[in-house]
Ligand binder design. Structure first.
Ligand SMILES: C[S@@+](CC[C@H](N)C(=O)[O-])C[C@H]1O[C@@H](n2cnc3c(N)ncnc32)[C@H](O)[C@@H]1O
Length: 348
């Protein structure tokens, strides 16, 4: 997903052969014809349209997840707190990696519409819809929420069609694991719920806008071991990022981890935007109405530490991608972060 050229971008003229078209991002001198507020008000509609077109044919296998984020792998789950308590914490990962390492991620960039075969459509489990609706009106109690009996709980925010969630469930058969996933696109959530790999006894997919301050998550504070944000924070308006991260931080158990992978400043995708697509500094709208922000490491550090989390990892991953067939070179910049809630913190 991260390196995908989104549908709106596909229609743009191709880059010159063998060269990067631009080396500095377009400024925001000229504004988009559509008022920026309209993109904000209708944000979930644009994503619904995106998923109506692409369904789950847009995505690829995400098994690199477990290399980059071993916190999601089964063995790690059991040892997570043990490791923390035995002072195996706070280790810094180098802030810059060459494009040679972590090659598993490259898979994602060779974008085509082949998807991980996570199953075919089945009838949606109607009971889940009812549960989602009821939960909207419920005050969540510590012993009364989906997955309350689990001992390891993971939430993915902005899950799309489940390209992270399903590999986690397939890789990890521990019955004590429960995975929550949400997206503000009801179309995406429906695609998750109708996937044959969707098992309501192990997973709960629900519609949720991470910018919505009035709607609570269906889990109590201090209840999650891991929260995953993969190319989703960049999709929301910068003004709302801090409060969204603050709310998520409250859901983490002390010692719990927030994991993020997202677009970095001057990624190729940023350089390809035209002035008319710039909504504010480093924030752009694609041709299909979906938006994207390009982060610096410092900005993400501020967001997470302001939310009371401590840095475990904050690295920039730069890659030169070469598509020999199309004679294209693409300079990709992604940022990967892991931030932990301090053990003595309680924010519920
Ligand atoms: C670039 S896609 C990434 C999807 C998924 N994380 C993946 O990597 O396959 C961004 C996702 O964030 C969702 N999204 C954007 N803004 C959101 C918001 N305010 N609340 C919840 N989800 C949001 C979109 O619907 C979309 O599914």
């Amino acid at each position: 997903m991260p390196g995908t050229v989104w549908s709106g971008q596909k229609s743009r003229p191709r880059r010159r052969r063998g060269k990067s078209r631009r080396t500095v991002p377009s400024g925001c001198a000229r504004r988009s014809k559509v008022r920026p507020v309209d993109y904000e008000i209708n944000a979930n509609k644009y994503w619904n349209d995106f998923y109506k077109i692409h369904e789950n044919g847009f995505f690829k296998d995400r098994h690199w997840l477990f290399t980059e984020f071993p916190e999601l792998a089964p063995s790690q789950n059991q040892n997570h707190l043990k490791d923390l308590l035995s002072e195996n914490k706070g280790s810094e990962v180098p802030v810059c990696r060459s494009s040679e390492d972590g090659s598993g991620l490259i898979i994602e960039e060779q974008h085509s519409c082949s998807s991980v075969s996570l199953g075919h459509k089945t009838q949606p489990p109607p009971v889940e819809e009812n549960v989602t609706q009821k939960l909207r009106h419920l005050e969540i109690c510590a012993d009364e929420f989906p997955g309350s009996s689990a001992t390891y709980r993971i939430l993915e925010v902005g899950c799309g069609v489940g390209n992270t969630v399903f590999p986690i469930l397939q890789t990890n058969n521990d019955p004590r694991l429960f995975v929550y996933c949400c997206d503000f696109s009801s179309t995406a959530v429906e695609l998750v719920q109708t996937n044959s790999a969707y098992d309501p006894s192990r997973c709960f997919a629900f519609v949720h806008d991470l910018c919505d301050e009035d709607k609570s998550y269906p889990v109590p504070g201090d209840s999650l071991d891991v929260i995953i944000l993969i190319f989703v924070l960049s999709a929301i308006i910068p003004d709302k990022m801090q409060k969204a991260i603050n709310r998520l931080s409250r859901l983490l158990k002390p010692g719990g981890m927030m994991l993020l992978r997202d677009y970095g400043r001057y990624d190729m995708a940023q350089l390809r935007f035209k002035k008319g697509q710039c909504l504010s500094e480093n924030f752009y709208v694609r041709g299909d109405g979906t938006r994207v922000y390009f982060f610096t490491q410092d900005e993400l550090d501020t967001l997470f530490t302001t939310a009371g989390l401590e840095k475990v990892q904050n690295l920039v991953d730069r890659r030169l991608q070469v598509n020999r067939g199309k004679q294209l070179t693409m300079y990709r910049v992604w940022i990967q972060c892991k931030y932990r809630k301090p053990l003595l913190s309680s924010t519920s």
